[in-house]
Design a protein around this ligand. Structure first.
Ligand SMILES: Nc1ncnc2c1ncn2[C@@H]1O[C@H](COP(=O)(O)OP(=O)(O)O)[C@@H](O)[C@H]1O
Ligand SMILES: [Mg+2]
Length: 357
């Protein structure tokens, strides 16, 4: 099979939506159009095969895998290969929405349902009617919301907050998590009954280090795209550089590869592309201590990214790492981790609680 396993152009469908929602949905749809799953490794081929199998059905899909491995791309691919492709694909990142707003986001609300509910708002499930809803980072769903989502999934109908009308919903559910939901169910952080309701058809999104044979293809694809975007001529990447990239552990997976290449392209002055990696090569044996702190650092950064830099509280990074908030703050200072320094590493979905300086 060739480079692109499915690079079918995703049509920019205009969903039948009320006018005030059109821009948002269109924006999401058109962004979906620019990416395809690149690779021909066995691990990725298995994923593509499972996408094809499940796309023919309406079954709920649970995608698990590390951050940056392409879970959202997989979800979009399922939608685009399904009979629902002409209807909306609505992505809802559970971790990016403050807990207090989540219920209204999911179910919608009627005017006056709570103070501040100045107008009726259609929820994301209703917005996705006939199409697919992608519940990203579902492991972050607060405990009080879990039974409500479970009921919605079981009954396939909902009521807006403050409303009395029952609205049927014909929506295909694809959920994703970078946390081990089974382990979370064992520790009762995640309801087992909700897990079973979601885990109908599991897809494992493999980390980049488990499919490093895809790196040359990905590098070619991303550098060509970046060159176009930056208005630069195509660049050459040496075999030695590709080998270096293949040896690296990629804690941030494909998103990190994209960032590394973008940085390299920005400073490129001609000749072969030179890439800088954040972490020492695992092959280097001299600097064990540095290596360890680099690994710790990468891990902490990944967790911080996942938690949107929220440190304290039940969904904060300290809890996730199993340490006290004060311990984590001390460690951040020691490792010199400040939010600005890592600005390029993460999207910024408006969390108000930030890492303490
Ligand atoms: N197999 C792949 N081929 C090409 N690009 C990919 C692939 N997997 C992921 N990406 C890109 O990597 C980035 C991260 O993917 P995303 O789906 O957001 O990951 P996740 O949801 O698992 O964090 C996106 O820009 C996506 O387009
Ligand atoms: Mg994601």
């Amino acid at each position: 099979m060739e480079a692109t396993l499915f690079a079918r152009d995703i049509p920019t469908t205009i969903p039948t939506q009320p006018a005030h929602q059109l821009t948002l949905v269109e924006d999401r749809v058109s962004r979906a159009g620019c990416d395809a799953l690149i690779g021909r490794s066995r691990a990725l081929r298995q994923v593509v095969e499972r996408i094809g199998l499940v796309a023919r059905t309406d079954s709920t899909v649970l995608i698990q895998g590390e951050t940056g491995t392409g879970k959202e791309l997989i979800a979009r691919a399922i939608h685009e290969q399904s009979a629902r492709r002409g209807a909306p694909f609505v992505a809802l990142n559970v971790a990016a929405i403050p807990a207090s707003l989540l219920e209204s986001e999911i179910f919608g609300h009627e005017k006056g349902a709570f103070s501040g509910a100045l107008a009726r708002r259609v929820g994301r499930f209703e917005e996705a009617e006939g199409g697919t809803i992608f519940l990203d980072e579902i492991g972050e769903l607060p405990p009080d919301q879990q039974p409500k989502l479970l009921r919605l999934l079981q009954e396939r109908e909902l009521q807006r907050l403050g409303g009395s009308k029952t609205i049927g919903c014909d929506v295909r559910v694809v959920a994703a998590s970078n946390r081990d939901l089974r382990a979370m169910a064992e520790t009762r952080e995640f309801r087992a009954d909700l897990l079973y309701r979601l885990d109908v058809f599991p897809i494992h999104s493999p980390p980049l280090r488990a499919r490093s044979e895809d790196i040359p293809l990905l590098v070619t694809h991303f550098t060509a795209r970046l060159a176009r975007r930056l208005g630069q001529p195509p660049v050459a990447v040496s075999a030695a550089t590709l080998a270096k990239l293949a040896r690296y552990s990629w804690p941030g997976n494909i998103r990190e590869l994209q960032n590394v290449l973008e940085r390299a392209m920005i400073v490129w002055k001609g000749g072969e592309l030179e890439v800088e990696l954040d972490e020492p090569q695992p092959a280097k044996r001299e600097a064990k201590v540095d290596e360890l702190s680099a690994v710790t650092r990468a891990h902490i950064l990944r967790v911080l990214d996942d938690c949107h830099w929220v440190i304290a509280g039940p969904y904060g990074a300290a809890a996730r790492l199993g340490v006290k908030r004060t311990t984590l703050n001390a460690r951040l200072r020691k490792l010199g981790i400040v939010r600005e320094a890592c600005a390029a590493r993460r999207a910024n979905p408006g969390g108000e609680l930030r890492a303490e300086r």
